[in-house]
Design a protein around this ligand. Sequence first.
Ligand code: DGL
Length: 280
Amino acid sequence: MSENAIGVFDSGVGGLTVLHELRRLLPGENLVYLGDTARVPYGTKSPETVRKYALQAAEFLIAQRVKMVVVACNTASSFALQLLQQQLSVPVVGVIAPGADRAVRLTAHGVVGVIGTDGTVHSDAYPRALKALQPQVSVVSVACPLFVPLAEEGWAEHEIARLAAEEYLAPLVAAGIDTLVLGCTHYPLLKPTLKAVLPPSIKLVDSAEETALVVQQLLTDRGELNAQQNGCWQFYVTDVPTRFVRVGSGFLGQPVEPVERISLPACPTCSQESPQGRLS
Ligand code: DGL
């Protein structure tokens, strides 16, 4: 089944928000999802470590003979997309450029907020992508690390999430943003809370939705869209699947199965220096 499939990987369960959008937009596509649950989170790890993990995850998908790879994880997209695009034999799509593209089209005053993990925010990947599209844009970024455990706990709409959102988003509101990029796999689950806390004029950009549109366009351009009606999916994880299955069904809105546990072998290319050189 995986030969004609789209391969998707994330640090864990969060990328299921991207898988959900892919399934909604492209119901005929077979999907192979890898959650690196043994090594989650990526958002607090160094760029070198994230690049190594991302390459191992992507090479596993390539071994399943997928036709393209989607890097659902914002942190992995921030640090490893260029490396993966250089090393892999299939097209690789990340979540940063699609979100940035939508944000510059939505912003009226050119002040865009970005929220994500520590890694994503410190990488400056979103500001770089936004400014490449619209040099005058002003970008204000805030790391919101508590949102990940809150979403996984099923507390995305809990009072605690609202208090955290008020605290995290205050500097963005004070800076006058009119558009906010949800730069982390987990944040789409917090949309109702974010909307309740933000002034109604601020528009939210869901990178997962935008990424699915980019994938659809790419497959159309390459003549590789799957015309069948009912694509199937297969999940792989790198630790015991119990928590992934439980939390994942909340993220996906349906049962997460079949799931297989695998281990990611070290790959020969992983020790290579990044083409971007060393990052802090
Ligand atoms: N998937 C990660 C991201 O989108 C969030 C979870 C983690 O830190 O690994 O950045």
